[in-house]
Structures are given as C-alpha cells and as structure tokens.
Design a protein around this ligand. Structure first.
Ligand SMILES: NC(=O)c1ccc[n+]([C@@H]2O[C@H](COP(=O)([O-])OP(=O)(O)OC[C@H]3O[C@@H](n4cnc5c(N)ncnc54)[C@H](OP(=O)(O)O)[C@@H]3O)[C@@H](O)[C@H]2O)c1
Length: 248
C-alpha cells in the first residue's frame, strides 16, 4: 500500500520539472493526481509518464480565476474532495531594479502571488479535513541574488502565505507548509541559465555545498513527505531542499 492510497491530489505546473516529478511520486503512493498547466501537449505527455489511470490533465492558467474554477469543477466531479494540493506553478524572469518594467513586476506578482493565493482559496471548499497544502517557494526568498528581485519577493510572499494559511486552516486539521528548493535541474532552470541573467549552470553549481544541482525527484520526495501522515506534526514550516545552498 502506498502512503496516499485513495487520496486525491492537485499539482499545478504538473507537466514538467518539479511538478511532474511530484505528480509521478504522488501517483506512485496511490493518489489520483490532477495536473494543470497552460500547454495541452505537455500535460498529455505528462499523463502518459505518470500513468493514465493515476492522472488527469486540466489545461489552465493559475492566474485566470475561470481556469481555476474549471480545474476544481473537474476535481469535484470525481466526488472525493481534495487531500493534497501542491501549489507549484510559477513564472520566472529576471531584471535588476534598474531594468524592471511594469510588465515584469505585474506578470511576476500576477502569477506567482495572486495566482497561488487563488489556487488555494478556490480549493478551500473541496479540501478534506486533514488535507495537506504545499506551497513551492525558493531559496531565492532568503537571499539577494542580483536580478532576482521581483521573483525573490514573490517567493518570500509564498513563504509568508504558508504561515498565515496554516494558522487559518489548522482547526480543520489542514496543514499548510512550504518547500524552498535550491537549484534544481528542470526546464525552468534551463530557461534561467539560457536567459538574460548573470548565471550559467556551472555558476549555479558553485553556490551549492553538495557540489551539484538537485534532481526534481529530490524535491518530490519532500513534497510526498509533506503530503503524507509522516509529516503530521509539521505546520506552517518551510523545508529547504537545497544541497545546503542557503544554510552556511
Ligand atoms: N528549478 C529550480 O531551480 C527552482 C528553484 C526554486 C524554486 N523553483 C520553483 O519550482 C516550481 C516549478 O519550477 P520548475 O523549476 O519545475 O520549472 P518548470 O519545469 O518550468 O515548471 C513550471 C511549470 O509551471 C507551469 N506554469 C507556469 N506558469 C503557469 C501558469 N500561469 N499557470 C499554470 N501553470 C503554469 C509550466 O507549464 P506551462 O508553461 O505549460 O503553463 C510548467 O509546467 C516554480 O514555482 C519555481 O519557482 C524552482
């Protein structure tokens, strides 16, 4: 028996990277996983990877409230409520303070902060007592890497949400926690390393005491732990999965 046998899970941004690895892991633990993202072909391929019996794709943008309603209508139709929500989807683009435009800051906060807030708010009527809500923050919430300003601030907001929502939902036995990944090998990292930032992959590695980039499965392991009863006394916390990047 898996640790999530018969449970229902939602993973936003479940088509690639950390979200896909977590969806695979939650399904392997017995959950039925609803994944969402904006690209249908990516989600369809992810369902094949997860195993069609264990996953359902719902195309949608977390910053679009109608899309969130459609996502949760699909989950509701399964008739078992929602036990695990991994609010993982985010956008990542980079600009120094001098370079920052209205569009850059609006997009970052629209998706990462507002989108995550409504992802969780709209799940509230579906969440079963005892559910686990996991928010994906970042080590960047704690540090001051140049050009990460808006993204880092959005991830600090996510870490903050975990504390407030844990307090608000604890009476239903719903646990809210955050994860702060360090540098993880995903398509998102490829985009950062190839983009207009001062970082290459090898420069990212230099900052990691364990001397390597993390694997998405290493974050998925922590998400699965937080999703399960193994973490029953962890509430409002932030678990680092960073190879020591922000610890020394
Ligand atoms: N990789 C790292 O080093 C690292 C470190 C710390 C934190 N994180 C966080 O980990 C999470 C996952 O990132 P990743 O590294 O796994 O990158 P990724 O592979 O690019 O995954 C991001 C996923 O989110 C989806 N997405 C983006 N915007 C969306 C939106 N508006 N609505 C719905 N889905 C959306 C994307 O699919 P579509 O484009 O099809 O929508 C994609 O599947 C993010 O929150 C990121 O900030 C990553």
């Amino acid at each position: 028996m898996g640790q999530l046998e018969g449970k229902t899970a939602v993973v936003t941004g479940g088509g690639t990277g950390i979200g896909l690895a977590t969806a695979v892991r939650l399904a392997a633990e017995g959950a039925h996983v609803f994944i969402t993202g904006r690209r249908k072909a990516v989600l369809d391929a992810a369902v094949e990877t997860i195993g069609p019996a264990g996953a359902t794709a719902v195309v949608g943008d977390i910053s679009d409230l109608d899309d969130l309603d459609r996502l949760y209508d699909t989950v509701r139709a399964r008739g078992r409520g929602l036990d695990v929500l991994f609010a993982n989807a985010a956008t990542a683009s980079f600009a120094t303070l001098r370079q920052t435009t209205e569009e850059h800051v609006d997009e970052t906060f629209h998706v990462n902060v507002r989108g995550t807030l409504f992802t969780v708010q709209k799940a509230l009527p579906l969440l079963n007592d005892g559910a686990s809500v996991i928010l994906n923050s970042s080590v960047r919430a704690d540090d001051g890497v140049a050009a990460f300003g808006a993204y880092a601030a959005s991830k600090a907001a996510i870490r903050s949400f975990a504390r407030t929502w844990a307090n608000e939902l604890k009476d239903r036995g719903i646990r809210v926690n955050a994860i702060s990944p360090g540098t993880i090998d995903t398509p998102g990292l490829d985009a950062v390393a190839a983009g207009d930032t001062p970082f290459t992959r090898s420069q990212f590695v230099e900052g990691v005491p364990l001397g390597r980039i993390g694997r998405p499965e290493e974050v998925a392991n922590v998400a699965a732990f937080l999703a399960s009863e193994q973490s029953s006394f962890i509430l409002g916390a932030n678990l680092y999965v960073d190879g020591g990047e922000n610890q020394f």
